[in-house]
Design a protein around this ligand. Sequence first.
Ligand SMILES: [Fe+2]
Ligand SMILES: [Fe+2]
Length: 175
Amino acid sequence: MGEKPCPIALSMSQDHSKLDELLEKALKTREGILSAPFWAFREGLLRHIGIEETILLPSLINPSDEVKSLAQQLRLEHGALTNLLVPEPTREIVKALQIILAPHNVREESAGGFYSFVDALPETGVKDLLRRISEAPYPPLRPYSKRPQALEAAKRAMQRAGYVRLSQFFGPRLT
Ligand SMILES: [Fe+2]
Ligand SMILES: [Fe+2]
């Protein structure tokens, strides 16, 4: 991370680790998933993505084409992740979330990743962002959807983010 402090990267990466742990915990059962850690994950990930979409992504001023395309890919992946939180969770859904989150988090945390551009803003701007991050509320959650369309929507969002083969993992209907 170099000598310059990277408070945004630090704060958001700690959140990634917390969320990863909750997903791991959700799988600590022989069958199905543990509902309490998954619910906490769902709430935490929606807050986290909300921070990125409404506070951090809009903070980038005059982004280069490279940063714009990184932001676009992150948005598509956020779409896949949030759509995967709508249907009743299964082990397959948890595993798909892990598969999408691993490279997504690298794209955000790494040197030259998304957070590094936000940490490069003037110090007063970074301070303001940190305050807004700490004040960001947890979004109200809806119950899981039992409608088959919810899973179909998740598959389409995964395909838009480039996860075509992974989306086929959920059944033959979209293959
Ligand atoms: Fe993200
Ligand atoms: Fe993130």
